[in-house]
Design a protein around this ligand. Structure first.
Ligand code: HEM
Length: 162
């Protein structure tokens, strides 16, 4: 196994695989509330970069739904974190924010999409990752679309599976 690049030590608590604990909750003013399960994986190969892959499923049918993957970098000597993200819906984004203890607050800095992406288009995303004192990881995602202001879309907690 390769040693974690020291630039990423402040994020070592993310590394590994996480499974949703109980089904996550999805909502938005324009959709029917839903439940989902999700597996997160964060890995590295010694570069100053974390590789990640998130895979979400319908909680009842287990059908694969949303997927995103990308890279995480930290600005050396600061608590500034950047996520470089591609989503299976055709959306790509850069999110940046600050690490405070074991809480990560991110806001989209750039959002782009394929020419034939479904409407409404996402205009803004913000999310929070937090490692709780009980060892569980929590993620909350909010988004703004063409016709809705920034509002919560997802909330889920995970337990470490490896
Ligand atoms: C709906 C974006 C993650 C499940 C939507 C809509 C958007 C969106 C724009 C349509 C809202 C509308 O019609 O007004 C995103 C973004 C995500 C994300 C930007 C990540 C940052 C997820 C995840 C799941 C999920 C992880 C888990 C399964 C759904 C479902 C709907 C939906 C079930 C409603 C049905 C549908 O439109 O397909 N999402 N989503 N989303 N999202 Fe997400």
């Amino acid at each position: 196994t390769v040693e974690l690049n020291p630039a990423l030590l402040p994020l070592d608590w993310l590394l590994g695989t996480w499974e949703s604990d109980e089904p996550g909750e999805g909502c938005f003013p324009t959709i029917k509330p839903f439940h989902y399960t999700e597996t997160l994986n964060f890995s590295h190969v010694g570069q100053p970069v974390i590789n990640f892959m998130f895979s979400a499923f319908n909680a009842e049918t287990k059908k694969p739904l949303h997927r995103e993957s990308g890279f995480i970098r930290m600005q050396p000597g600061t608590n500034r974190v950047a996520f470089i993200i591609a989503q299976n819906s055709g959306l790509v984004e850069i999110e940046e924010g600050e690490l405070t203890g074991q809480q990560l607050n991110l806001q989209s800095q750039a959002v782009a999409r394929i020419s034939f992406a479904r409407e409404p288009h996402v205009q803004q995303i913000s999310r929070v990752f937090q490692l709780r004192p009980d060892g569980k990881l929590e993620q909350t995602v909010s988004m703004a679309t063409d016709n809705q202001p920034l509002m919560q879309h997802l909330h889920i907690t995970y337990r470490r599976s490896s």
